[in-house]
Design a protein around this ligand. Sequence first.
Ligand code: ADP
Ligand code: MG
Length: 602
Amino acid sequence: MNMVLGACGEGSETLLHGEFGAYPPKGTRYALSLTRTELHIQHLVPKPDTDHRTVVQLIDVVGCHTMRSHTIADQSAFFCVYIYPLKKKKVAVSSWRMRQRTARTFQVDSAECYEDNQILAEKWAAAIKCLVLGIPISSKTEISCSLLPHRRRLLLLLNPFGGKGNGLQWCQNHILPMITEADISFNLIQTERQNHARELVQNINLAEWDGIVAISGDGLLYEVINGLMERPDWEEAIKMPLGILPCGSGNALAAAINFSAGFEQVLGQELLTNCTLLLCHGAVSPLDLVSITTSSGTRSFSFLGVAWGFISDVDIESEKYRHMGPVRFTLGTMVRLASLNTYRGRLSYLPAWDSTAHRPILRSITMAANGSLPFQRMPLHRTVSDLGLCEERHTTCFQGVQPADEPTPSPSSPPPPSSFHSSSFNFETLSEELVADSKGPQEPNPSVAAPAISPSARQMHGPVDELLTPLDQPVPKSWVTMEDDFVSVLAIYQTHLGADLLMAPFACFNDGLIHLCFIKAGISRAALIRFFLTIEKGAHFELESPHFTHIPVRAFRIEPLTRKGILTIDGERVEYGPIQGQIHHGIANLITGMNQVKIATF
Ligand code: ADP
Ligand code: MG
């Protein structure tokens, strides 16, 4: 939280104002004011200070719960706000900001009876939750829980082997506590093999879920998208809000979501916390997909990009350094630079604008400078859920919820309030009773149990590729074709190629564009190193290298003329040979957490 002098930021209309006690009760009293974007907390007792107040930015808040005291005679109600503000960390001479959980509990005690205090606590909790979820309220709104949508139910799919293999631990320690604070119900399934997630989503009942979230790198989301597009009801299925929580080594889409929220570019757990925070906020943006056809006629749907040459070589060849996490790409880049290859090929594309048309201005780069509940550390089993399947036996309440960052109450303190939320779950109960281990009896929830489907039995659906001709026929006349020697060809549709690779800073989730980027042979090794070093901040465009070209297109075809090479779609290796793709504007939905400002849509 930031300590600031009086003045309010934007959205400064006061929606609610009140005076409350604190928990644990030490005689402290606060004046609270809620605006659309901030919660202002001002000390009244013991030290009234009208010049200073703590300002909580609501973008840092994931949720708010109401509680009551265990002591029946206590007529107070409580509400607890869960906040993940950026705090300064100092180690030796360097300092940086990272998010740290804070829970602030306020005591509502103005009325004589509990029921009246509870109504007021619920009103504050409802207002805070509405603002977190982007539900518009004003000072004239009659605020109550009825404004809130039903609890979101998310299907969480976790690849335990993504990245360095710590997804499960991060899920337990970071993701589940946060989404529980945000009142999100979930069913968590660990994948057992490649394509498991793809098969699972083909058979789920869409009506049971408000979103599907991949907890891994980009590869698991690629499986989910293609599984949905293989369903006969693909048109409806692909509208399911999709989320990604970065626990892989290639976390490009998560970095793009983080970037679009205006957060500082971060890696590892910090990126995960930012993305989980945004998931809790829940706003959804349309997402472009690109339909890709390979030489065997296989069609798939891509959300990130197609790579050939240097970038795909590094991606695939660095698999052997997987245990190093994202550092594998840096090492792979060094190795590849030492033995630089060039590839001859034909590159064809349909420009997004013809040269005589007015060319829209792409979004300028803005690099913003801003940047537990007491869970038991039990091992998570293959599936864990707080949803209906465990309703009768497993609905559990936290007893004596106490914000982790507040001091342990002294023996003389009243017992802590307990949560009202039946949603809260207990890992111990669930993991022990619910879950079959992978060799035991099958999935407890029939809606997510799926028979294995052999790859040959798969049938891809999806919209017609009206811009493409078959790969064995020439491209349409309106296309541009060039034959050359390339170091790298990349067709990308997100800002990021990796968590710290800002490849196309002006890309938007639904701009209807493929950003075709290529580096031609002839570039010196030194220039190439400089080029890759500047991608981290998206500054490679400023180098104005004559060897680097960026063209916004709607469709492309790559025809390799060098016999050996590597092609990837969203970081996954595919057969080598001619490949082509075209954009399908906004056909999917992505949970980005914040309402997108659409600057360039076509
Ligand atoms: P990373 O970024 O670390 O590569 P991904 O999410 O991209 O992580 O996953 C890498 C690959 O692992 C993908 O091809 C994905 O389909 C596959 N995969 C998913 N679940 C499993 C599993 N349980 N065992 C092995 N591979 C899996
Ligand atoms: Mg785009």
